[in-house]
Design a protein around this ligand. Sequence first.
Ligand SMILES: NC(=O)c1ccc[n+]([C@@H]2O[C@H](COP(=O)([O-])OP(=O)(O)OC[C@H]3O[C@@H](n4cnc5c(N)ncnc54)[C@H](OP(=O)(O)O)[C@@H]3O)[C@@H](O)[C@H]2O)c1
Length: 318
Amino acid sequence: MKPKEILVFGASGQIGRHLLRKLSRQNFKITVVTRNLHRKAYILKSQANAGWLNIVELSSFDYEKLNKLFENKDICINLIGILHKQNKNSFKNIHTLLPKQLAIVAKKNNLKQFIHVSALGVENASNSEYALSKLNGENEVKKVFDNYVILKPSLVYSVDDNFTTMMMKLLKLLPAFPIYYEGKTVFYPIHVTDMCEIIEKIILNEIIMDTVECIGPEKMTFKEIIEKIIRSLEIRRFLIPMPLFIARQIASFFEIFMKKPLITNDQLNLLKHNNQPSGKYKTNKQLGLNQSLKSFDREINKYSFVWKEGGEFSQKKN
Ligand SMILES: NC(=O)c1ccc[n+]([C@@H]2O[C@H](COP(=O)([O-])OP(=O)(O)OC[C@H]3O[C@@H](n4cnc5c(N)ncnc54)[C@H](OP(=O)(O)O)[C@@H]3O)[C@@H](O)[C@H]2O)c1
């Protein structure tokens, strides 16, 4: 039987890198699209065996170029996303217009599935540009192409993420750490391998016309997440509730002076809303898409040693 041809956008990111390893083991032929072959080829090439992975550089997503790429493909997976806007990379362009464009070309080329990764909890956060653009993107994809699957993950974490690893770095450095909205915002962190298992099942079970809210096994507040990371690092830190007006000033400062701000005003708006299942869609748990789900404490302990006193020698022997 001819192997399925899968086209992946945003494959060099956290989810993409883990997904390539999983999909290439299923003998799917994968084409990944990156904006910068020179910077990303090394990281992409090492994720799959030669012959199963083809890398294409594309800096602009115009219709003709995309159309050529989509020819003879069976499935497209869109993992492109940004956390802060920059010049031409507005939230609207990246989270709304680009998925719409990809869905149009997927439909034109009769793809069997268009799997689009959005985000959990964006329905209620209408004062966040990020959330609004993600929600509009979902609606555009649904309008354009019936063979869609929309995945809405809560916080996705792993040794390759931008969140837990950044928190570990900061907590190691700072004696006190700010928490916003008293740290009460709720999350359901999901490990990246569990997220990739969901995508694999969606492909193997040929699911279409569905939206899935992707969550980990435990409900945690922001404060609980930070406390778990602190415990894992075996340190003591003060958690200081940060008044919103001060947090906003700091965020504005970061936005002006940092290329990748530690926190933005838009993220402060987003953080006000719980990141939890809406009840409108089924979750991965309800659909039985994972064999088991990984525990946050156990997984972060596997890599927190990097930031501990003694590094790898701080690991406890079993
Ligand atoms: N990680 C989470 O906690 C989380 C939670 C909820 C939802 N999500 C969503 O899940 C998806 C994947 O997340 P991730 O954590 O794997 O993301 P990531 O590590 O930040 O990677 C995102 C990818 O998007 C591509 N990209 C970024 N800006 C782009 C632009 N302007 N034009 C074209 N491509 C661009 C990059 O590819 P190249 O540089 O190779 O072009 C990069 O590999 C995203 O849509 C994200 O919003 C993630």
